[in-house]
Design a protein around this ligand. Structure first.
Ligand SMILES: [Zn+2]
Length: 330
């Protein structure tokens, strides 16, 4: 009986008719939609899994969000977080990591539809020569179709095939994140040593993978908010207190110096609950931030912890699915 009901519920949720109307039935609270890259993922040789959606799909998302939610900025969210009861459905659009397409594709779409959002930046990636480990790893593997590659401490090698390279990269990165004795940086170093001739950095510079400070400034002048995503995008819970302080407080100072605007919000790198801790939250508060955002895929019901705000990672063209997939577990 229970199985039958579950099957029926799944079928109902799958119907487009219900998808369209489900927004009306969502519980009151704050819904934060987080994106990474916008555009056609097939055009990059770097990590394709970090793309949230194409620009036309993003525009549809903005329409849906504007239609069914009251959009809020960070100041308003800080106020709402203190309320004992929420009487509306609020939404916010955020971006992590500072990729160039945030400026060239997301920002114009947001201006067009009058949606202000928050862009969280790892300061080392802006106007810099640095690229994140997942992009470098994807680039090296993609340049080595036909070769095999090993993970540190594992005897079996993985063969990289032309017709399954995206899947191979996804699996390799998935496994790299879960090795007990090696960090992602160790795995990257191990892979670099196997293919010393590949040069992801010059390709990243040629593509201009990340925004410049001038582009960030344009967005800030155009009504977008800028937040910190630390300096080096390290998992904060794994750092010493001193290192956490440096990542949290100094990134704020760097952005404020570059843009001459106060920075009051931060998004924790990777952002799942094991990636930051109570010490992180207290340093964030002491450093003068008003809000801290995670990547736990739930809406926020009152009472809201201002230093632990949930965000849905948008990884599907169907925004209803992004919310529904996680509703059951919230
Ligand atoms: Zn990030």
């Amino acid at each position: 009986m229970f199985k039958k009901l579950k099957r029926l519920a799944r079928r109902l949720l799958a119907s487009t008719f219900l998808r369209r109307y489900m927004w009306f039935f969502l519980p009151k609270g704050v819904y934060v939609f987080n994106y990474h890259r916008i555009g056609d993922s097939a055009l990059t040789d770097f990590d394709r899994d970090i793309f949230s959606c194409r620009q036309d799909v993003f525009k549809q998302h903005l329409e849906t969000i504007s239609q069914h939610f009251t959009l809020v900025d960070t100041r308003e969210l800080a106020r709402i977080a203190k309320l004992p009861k929420l009487t509306r459905k609020y939404a916010m659009v955020t971006f992590d990591d500072g990729y160039l397409d945030n400026y060239t594709l997301a920002y114009p779409a947001m201006r067009e539809q009058n949606v202000a959002g928050v862009f969280f930046l790892p300061t080392s990636l802006i106007s810099g020569m640095d690229i994140p480990w997942w992009d470098e790893m994807a680039f090296i593997l993609r340049s080595n179709v036909g070769n095999s590659v090993t993970l540190p401490g594992e005897p079996d090698s993985v063969m990289l095939h032309e017709n399954s390279i995206d899947k191979d990269i996804r699996q390799f990165i998935y496994r790299a994140k879960r090795l007990e004795d090696y960090s992602a940086q160790d795995v990257l170093e191990h892979v670099r040593q196997q293919f010393p001739d590949v040069d992801p950095k010059s390709q990243a510079a040629q593509d201009q993978l990340f925004m410049s400070w001038q582009q960030v400034k344009d967005m800030a002048d155009g009504g977008m908010e800028i937040g910190s995503h630390t300096i080096n995008h390290h998992i904060l819970a794994r750092l010493s207190e001193e290192e956490q302080r440096h990542e949290i407080a100094d990134s704020k100072a760097i952005i404020e110096e570059e843009l001459q605007v106060p920075v009051t919000v931060i998004a924790y790198p990777v952002g799942r609950h094991h990636c930051f801790d109570d010490l992180t939250k207290s340093i964030v508060k002491e450093s003068g931030y008003q809000l801290g955002f995670n990547n736990e895929p739930h809406y926020n019901a009152s009472p809201i912890d201002p230093y632990d705000i949930n965000r849905f990672s948008v990884n599907d063209d169907d925004l209803a699915k992004v919310v529904l997939n996680t509703m059951g577990s919230s």
